[in-house]
Design a protein around this ligand. Structure first.
Ligand SMILES: [Zn+2]
Ligand SMILES: [Zn+2]
Length: 315
């Protein structure tokens, strides 16, 4: 099959073996896949993943022993857990120590014509949600994880640091849930697009402003320091970025100002699907192009170009 494969470098291959479903797993034909910052890191070799990257997708089940999934249009939770360890039994399968992660850890991903995942990970998509919206379920779910971890109040002052893909999705989620975040970024044309979607934006948070909650979506090692500088005493910083670089950070203000730091990664898909079905969130304005797999390198270059939000692959 056609696939993008990372093995020291990213390359297109037309001869990659098709996945077969072992017991308990199904094969999905990928209709659309989204490229995110994690994929760019994988393509640079930062995550030690070799094989097919890609973890944001929508597709149709083509091979399964599960009658409820046969032929269904699905999205998929990316963490494939063991189901037996203490984390799994406690309901924290996303923290299973021996998990594989679609396109990230030990499991081929979505930048291919076919992928496989455990049946338990696959979730049918309601007909009312088009593929172009369903492909955003994974990052929207990651945005909703914030609401499961931190109690936000409607009168909290909330700043989102970063006007990239992640910041935009977090901002649309919070707006959909009737919060009023301020998106702080460096790219005027992207901030303009977010403002056109009804979001408050700023190119500068180094004012005397202080925020109850600061969400770091910068994807950079400097994000945490910037967040510490603008959060109120007793405020909360939510770290959404998995920045590849290390950062030399003065944590003294975290102690002095009694700041809460929360790391936040993947989330449940159900709230994201509900939000798309009810049109609380419309991610379509974030799409800046779609590419065939054979043009995958150009798609990655477009994703790395800071003028773009979301680039899709169409296997
Ligand atoms: Zn991602
Ligand atoms: Zn487990």
């Amino acid at each position: 099959m056609n696939a993008l494969v990372f093995d020291r470098g990213l390359q297109f291959r037309a001869d990659y073996p098709e996945p077969r479903a072992p017991a308990g797993e199904s094969v999905v034909r990928v209709s659309l896949a989204g490229i995110c910052g994690t994929d760019l890191e994988i393509a640079l070799g930062y995550m030690a993943h070799s094989g097919v990257p890609g973890h944001e997708f929508v597709g149709r089940v083509t091979e399964t022993s599960n009658a409820e999934l046969r032929g269904r249009r699905v999205v998929g939770e990316i963490n494939a857990a063991c189901g037996r360890c203490a984390s799994c039994i406690a309901g924290l399968a996303r923290h299973c120590a021996t998990r594989t992660v679609l396109g990230i850890v030990g499991r081929d991903g979505a930048f291919a014509e076919y992928l496989r995942l455990p049946d338990a990970n696959l979730i049918p998509v309601p007909d009312s949600i088009p593929d172009e919206a369903a492909v955003f379920v994974e990052p929207i779910a990651a945005a909703y994880e914030i609401l499961e971890q931190v109690h936000l109040s409607r009168d909290h002052r909330i700043a989102i640091l970063g006007d990239g893909r992640l910041g935009a999705v977090v901002a649309l989620m919070l707006k959909g849930e009737k919060y009023l975040p301020l998106v702080v970024g460096h790219h005027p044309e992207k901030l303009k697009r977010l403002a056109d979607l009804g979001l408050a934006t700023s190119t500068d948070a180094s004012t005397t402003d202080r925020f109850d909650v600061v969400i770091d979506c910068t994807g950079q090692g400097t994000g945490l320091s910037r967040a510490i500088a603008i959060v109120k005493p007793r405020g909360t910083i939510i770290l959404k970025s998995t920045a590849a670089e290390g950062a030399n950070i003065n944590l003294a203000p975290v102690v002095v100002n009694e700041i809460t730091l929360v790391g936040s990664r993947c989330g449940r898909f159900a709230p994201a699907l509900d939000a798309l079905a009810s049109k609380k969130i419309d991610p379509l304005p974030l799409i800046d192009g779609s590419f065939a797999l054979k043009d995958g390198l150009a798609a990655f270059a477009a994703t790395a170009n800071p003028v773009n939000f979301k680039i899709l692959l169409k296997p």
